[in-house]
Design a protein around this ligand. Structure first.
Ligand SMILES: *Cc1c(COP(=O)(O)O)cnc(C)c1O
Length: 366
């Protein structure tokens, strides 16, 4: 009899994360609107910085990302000693969940919150509690009703992916004030740079106000650097200390750090991207509504389009693929009647609207 190595049972409680697809059979180049990458690609300065840094790749990177943290601190007006950089914000989210959660404890999230929280919590041996939403928006009272003595972590993406919904600062502050003080609140602000609502704070205020809230940010969306994997967290010193113990010694590559520093050096990039996004999102929303497709109010660089039934959403997805356009089916988020569409360039938005107009002509909603 032979015995094979056996992982912990928790490993099999999660399905592997499936990212947005990027190829369509038969197409050389598809329009990829499936992963919320910024509409304008990577900043040219970041590409140049990677080329320049590549001559040094035989050296290990700076294990404490000093220059990068200093650039982030300068750009956002934050103390660099309270910043931790990571291999994408996914790494930091996972480390926070592993460090503050664990077997026998619970994580609370919104019903259609970001999937990475659930995956990381289950791997850590935690029970995941999902609070129902109201009109696909996080319901703070429902989150509070899903807190138990075993809750250790609450994760909230604001704006949320995949719904695009936003929770105003007063409501986030109310959540924090009603949560037990020993529960870690993780505010995931991956789309912060796209928000143009004045009553919004990505998490800096609460991270500054106490020792139990952490904000995470990413270079993968507006900064166009998803491929190099770069994110950061901002918190009080004790949480920063935990992340620095839990992370790998060289978790940020020298190329990622160089690209991040270069991207931050151009403040106009984010302004131009946000301006484009708000305008293109409004235009795409109007076009989809004019052909009878429901969308939800989005504060990020994507729209959740509701096709009424899972069958019609599948048909729409197939039609878009036949036009070499890839969006994101939403079954994994328990929204099988929806597709999530990233806001691309004007040309890409027009292509997706034209293709869906064809689709609605062929498949009128009955
Ligand atoms: C894209 C995204 C992330 C970021 O991931 P990285 O690991 O930094 O690429 C985090 N949270 C949400 C809600 C996202 O949509």
């Amino acid at each position: 009899m032979t015995f094979a190595p056996r992982p912990r049972d928790a490993i099999f409680s999660v399905a592997p994360y499936v990212g947005g697809e990027s190829v369509v059979a038969g197409a050389n180049q598809a329009i990829k609107l499936s992963s919320n990458e910024g509409a304008f690609g990577a900043p040219p300065a970041a590409i140049a910085a990677i080329a320049e840094a590549s001559v040094g790749i035989h050296r290990y990177p700076d294990g404490s990302s000093t220059a990068l943290r200093s650039a982030i601190g300068k750009r956002f007006g934050l103390d660099p000693s309270r910043i931790v950089c990571g291999n994408g914000s996914d790494e930091l989210l996972t480390l926070l969940i592993q460090s503050y959660g664990g077997v026998g404890t619970e994580l609370t999230m919104s019903a259609h919150g970001f999937l990475v929280y659930e995956i990381a919590a289950k791997i850590a041996g935690m029970t995941v509690r999902k609070a129902p939403e109201r009109n696909l928006t996080t319901d703070i009272d429902a989150i509070l009703a899903h807190i138990t003595p075993a809750t250790r972590v609450v994760c909230l993406a604001n704006p949320n992916n995949p719904t695009g919904s936003l929770v105003h600062q007063s409501e986030i502050a109310r959540l924090r004030s009603k949560l037990p003080t020993d529960v870690l609140l993780v505010l995931d602000a991956a789309y912060a740079e796209y928000v143009d609502d004045p009553d919004y704070d990505p998490g800096i205020q609460l991270a500054d106000a106490g020792s139990n809230t952490v904000m995470t940010r990413t270079f993968s969306k507006i900064f166009g650097l998803g491929g190099v994997r770069l994110g950061w967290a901002y918190a009080c010193t004790p949480i920063v200390d935990v992340l620095n113990r839990a992370r790998g010694p060289f978790n940020v590559s020298s190329l990622a750090a160089a690209a991040g520093i270069a991207a931050l050096a151009d403040p106009a990039w984010a302004v131009r991207s946000r301006t484009h996004n708000s305008r293109a999102r409004t235009r795409l929303t109007e076009r989809l509504h004019s052909i009878g497709i429901t969308t939800y109010r989005s504060h990020a660089n994507f729209l959740l389009a509701d096709f009424g039934t899972p069958a019609r959403a599948r048909a729409a997805d197939l039609h878009l693929r036949s036009c070499f356009i890839i969006t994101r089916p939403m079954s994994a988020y328990a929204l099988p009647r929806c597709l999530r569409i990233t806001i691309g360039t004007d040309k890409e938005c027009d292509a997706v609207a034209d293709a869906l107009a064809d689709f609605c002509g062929l498949h009128p909603h009955v």
